[in-house]
Design a protein around this ligand. Structure first.
Ligand SMILES: [Fe+2]
Length: 381
């Protein structure tokens, strides 16, 4: 830490959290005089009974939800442009993002899009695009249905280029949700595989935020508490979920996204190219790279690893944090090798190239070269 520097910290989202809070949505929208929100979700959530009953409940309150669900698993620019067109065609007056990471990312990008008509990637964070976000952003509600990305409290959205599938980050402070409804009951029926994979993503956000470079004791404190919550609930939430385990996972995933305003690191830099090149699900890619990234980060960060071991409640002092995480992915029946998700040895060079250019890498505590990435991917193959 450097006490001669100045820092910015920001924790401003309104959150309603708890079992059943979704029943407050119609009254909340009515209170805000919203009559026709664009409800952005994905094709899977759209068919679930709880989603249909949310739309019916809105209807009973005189609110017509216009459903938009056409999007890729890793959303692309065209998805966002189409959603913006649907918003205008229907004269919508608010946006509700409801689902996992992809629908919330698309919803946030549509919220940007509706009153900002330049090329979508002019708003790229790497180009300081937030400076172009000068018009009004619609009232924006987020409702997570899994405990993973924590995107409900984020201010950025990851959208890929249509052709290259290169991920671009759009960021602006105005893209923060006006209101979050975080209801653990909406996550109750998530199948074991996705509970485990998205849960490992949430865990990685907290772990990477804690390890990230920079002085942010508030983010560190939030991350450590969230790690404890996940450590005591991820197996139960995966194999025999109840309200308590689902509640702990949901609040901890939300805390992860608050904490990672400090930064992420090499685990995400290793995982992102797996989505680009073999279209891997983000949580699955994270769980595959999690232990390897921690192993790489251990030298020089032993004191922080000790605090992580305490938060993770690792009983045996001989067990490293990286070994513990690899064992946890086994217990959760998650894939163990990147070859299981379609990676071949020919993919390693392009994977390493993308990882070495990844936007999360600058915050990683230990510098990594392209050769480091090649050897990590080889180990994981
Ligand atoms: Fe993530």
């Amino acid at each position: 830490m450097d006490f001669s520097q100045r820092y910015s910290y920001s924790f401003p989202t309104n959150i309603r959290f708890g079992a059943g809070v979704i029943d407050e949505l119609p009254a909340h929208l009515k209170n805000k005089k919203i009559r026709k929100p664009l409800v952005v979700t994905d094709g899977t959530v759209k068919e679930l009974p709880f989603f249909k009953s949310i739309i019916v409940d809105l209807d009973k309150s005189g609110i017509q939800g216009v459903v938009f669900s056409e999007m890729q698993k890793n959303p692309v620019k065209t998805d966002v442009l189409n959603g913006g067109d649907v918003y205008h065609e229907n004269k919508c007056d608010a946006i509700i993002g409801l689902g996992g990471g992809a629908p919330l990312d698309v919803a946030r990008a549509i919220a940007l899009r509706v009153n900002h008509t330049r090329d979508l990637f002019d708003y790229d964070d790497l180009l300081d695009g937030w400076k172009l976000v000068t018009n009004e952003v619609p009232y924006f509600v987020t409702i997570p249905t899994n405990a993973g990305t924590g995107s409900e409290v984020g201010r950025s959205t990851v959208i890929s280029e249509d052709e290259s599938h290169k991920k671009r980050v759009l960021f602006a402070p105005q893209l923060l949700a006006s209101q979050v409804f975080a209801d653990p009951l909406l996550t109750m029926d998530l199948p074991p595989f996705f509970t485990a994979a998205t849960g490992m993503d949430a865990l990685s956000h907290n772990v990477e935020a804690f390890l990230a470079k920079g002085f942010h004791p508030m983010a560190d404190g939030i991350a450590l508490e969230a790690i404890s919550l996940i450590a005591e609930s991820i197996e139960k939430a995966t194999f025999s979920p109840d309200t308590e385990s689902r509640s702990k996972m949901l609040i901890a995933s939300l805390m992860g996204a608050v904490a990672f305003q400090k930064g992420l690191g090499i685990i995400h830099s290793l995982a992102h190219p797996l989505s680009t090149i073999v279209d891997a699900h983000h949580g699955t890619a994270i769980s595959l790279m999690f232990g390897h990234g921690l192993e790489f980060n251990t030298p020089g960060n032993e004191a922080k690893m000790k605090r992580l071991a305490e938060a993770l409640k690792i009983a045996d002092p001989e067990t490293s944090v990286s070994a513990h995480i690899m064992h946890l992915t086994q217990k959760l029946n998650l894939p163990q090798k990147i070859s299981e998700i379609g990676v071949k040895s020919d993919h390693i060079a392009p994977l390493a190239q993308l990882a070495s250019e990844d936007f999360c890498l600058p915050c990683n505590p230990n510098p990594a070269t392209k050769e480091d990435f090649i050897s990590i991917y080889q180990k994981a193959l």
